[in-house]
Write a protein that binds this ligand. Sequence first.
Ligand code: MLT
Length: 408
Amino acid sequence: MIRANDNYSKLKASYLFSDIAKRVDEYQLKNPEAQIIRLGIGDVTRALAPAVIKGFHEGVDEMARDATFRGYGPEQGYDFLRDQIAKNDFQDRGADISADEIFVSDGAKCDTGNFQELFAKDITMAIPDPVYPAYLDTNVMAGRTGEFEGGRYGGIVYMDCLKENNFLPKLPDEKVDLIYLCFPNNPTGSTATKEELKVWVDYARENKALILFDAAYESFIRDEALPKTIYEIEGARQVAVEFRSFSKTAGFTGTRCAFTIVPKDCMIFNSKEDKVSLHAMWNRRHSTKFNGVSYPVQKAAQAVYSEEGKAQVRDQIAYYLNNADIIRKTVEFLGFDYVGGKNSPYIWIDGKDRDSWDFFDLLLSRASVVCTPGAGFGRCGKQYIRISAFNSLENVTEAMDRLKGALQ
Ligand code: MLT
């Protein structure tokens, strides 16, 4: 008899963004005339930059000729891309990361979800609340949690991120082995300074712990004082893995390309005396389960680092940041407290006494605007909604006008 992985029965029936899509589809069916504006899932809307398209085309053209055709590429990614990443995203910022510490993949969601496979089942994990749901759900699937009760899974150390602590997790009271951090944060849009990250790096070094650092939104950082990578913090090479993505940086949500940095100094322990290289383990996992990102997509990603590519993707981010400004101003005008939207595409809005799903339904029914209910990211999000700046300027402006009409 084929039997199910019973950890799946601990999960909520469907993934947050699938739940939202279902509700929105039902609303559209009942209101076929409604012009829905989607500011829910953080999905980009701008076309790929011209330089990126050129790189993509070149890759496709090479695949069209026997002489330049490519079959399987290196699982870890082509050197032409890894070299550019190492130089532009790390070495030029003074972060000591080499090309062979970079693993190119098809998405940060897959990598953040898959990385937990390397760890023992009985480690202690610290996860922020609210949090990007894939970190938690993949650990539930792997059997690393207890049951879901009172809005939380047993066996997890939750780090509340609230107004009182500036939406920054604080060090847990108990000893933990694995720590998930994300800055600029999804969903709150909050950011962390070098000093704030150093506290975590020091903690991890003292406790032989590991930080999984999701930096998928680093390209939204405009404040030069803020770190764009955890490797700007001294000592992070020994205790941190970083996840990056071209999805939000260069509009690759439908194109698929990301990368994960696993420094060779990072160790993982079988026992106090017996340590193994995390890089070697991830390499083993990656080359066993993954056959590399397609050649044209990697050529497209390489073009992000050309001079034109850099300028064009910077303009794209500026476009979304301008949307974020418009959203922030509207939220301020309406008298809500919020965080984010400055070095981030997300604005995290305090609905005061409103339940987040009620607030979601209200915006959908009165304004045909889709947001993300904070409860979907954890218990601490139950009175918040997240509005995303990923849409056209016209749609964001229209959505904010509708919000003013619906909420004033
Ligand atoms: C989000 O809306 O939180 C993200 O777009 C989801 C994702 O990147 O998978």
